[in-house]
Design a protein around this ligand. Sequence first.
Ligand code: GLU
Length: 447
Amino acid sequence: MLRVRFAPSPTGALHIGGARTALYNWLLARGRGGEIVLRIEDTDRERSTEENVRQIFEALEWLGIERDGEPVFQSQRAERHAEVVRQLLDAGRAYRSSAGPDDVKAFKEANANRGFRGRDEGEGAVRLRVPDEGVTTVVDVVRGSTPFENALQDDLVIARADGSPVYHLAVVVDDADAGITHVVRGADHYSNTPKHVLIQQAMGVGTPVYAHLPLLHGPDGKKLSKRHGAASVQELRDAGYLPEAVRNYLALLGWGYDEDTTFFTTEQLQQLFSLERVSKSPAVFDEQKLRWINGRYVRELPVADLTARLEALLGRTGLGDAVAVTQEKISTLDEFWPLARAFFEDPVDDPAAREKFLDPEAGAEALTVARDALERVPEPWGTETVEAALREAVERSGRKAKAIFQPLRVALTGTTISPGIFETVALIGRERALARIDSALDGRRVS
Ligand code: GLU
């Protein structure tokens, strides 16, 4: 059975690269009837705070990426790591040496084209004994097979002088013990892989299938960072993206099914995802593209579903009608409130809009035309009757529709951007609409 793992080091919010790694592992497990293990690599006790661990759980939960079984905490496996180190020492596959970085450097100066080889001194850090002959071949689904000459590899440190294991040893032992069949991780770990294979060989355990995912760049071709906008899952959530849209977009960062399909449901991703279609070249994270994808997901949600999400986010109830008239206009959840605010609160004050559209002449004249029309809208008051009355008034006035509607919009909402003007008027209601027009006409501001 396929078994994969997501093995984050809890150093803070879950970054987009880490989220993509988690997603690919999860898609692979779900699509192939396998399992995904969550392993928290918390051996760096200073950075692995409880809060940082919580952030990883929270981000995965929001993304809808569930693990199988209980999470493994690497720090709790120290005994087992020490046991393997002892076994490697006993079997002569490792030795203790006091050689430090200066000794390694001196060795390499004296021995051109050779990896460091130390002497067994019976004390000091534990180094793996790397064979002098042969090659270690890293087989990677994304990058193909690459032979690494053993003679060039250093006898690497697998445990410090105090006995604590280093990352390379811990990761190999934990993967082996968990029965991991596929290691899918970021390209930054590729150069570690020959070391991991050497440790596996010394331990006498099998080597999993490796797949190293391409680096993520921003649209400017530079390594992805905060400069490029939202950098973590938490920031994407707070910016009002939907988890299903984020899953769709993250899946495309290094993978594609064909040239031109952009939209995949999560079920489709689970069925179609394969490591063979993961690309080697860096993928570009472009928040504008995510926003565009998200907009389509937002527009396709049933109104009741979108309403429930917005009510949860904003801590309000009764948003249904406002959602119905804004849904077409928003790409992210946080674009909702600026458009819908005028249905619940007094108009905002935007002096630029006021000066441009509510001047005492043309602006006041437009508002008078609109006011007369709204006063006479027949029952039942609604988008259709409002539209008919306003259109007729525009026609009679001989002015352009925009010359009436923009001042009206500013009077009702305070801003130049709102949902459709007829829907906006209808939802604000006759009484409030007339009161807002009146206060705009005499420069007062009431609801
Ligand atoms: N803990 C490592 C990281 O967060 C990942 C190790 C691995 O996937 O092998 O980068």
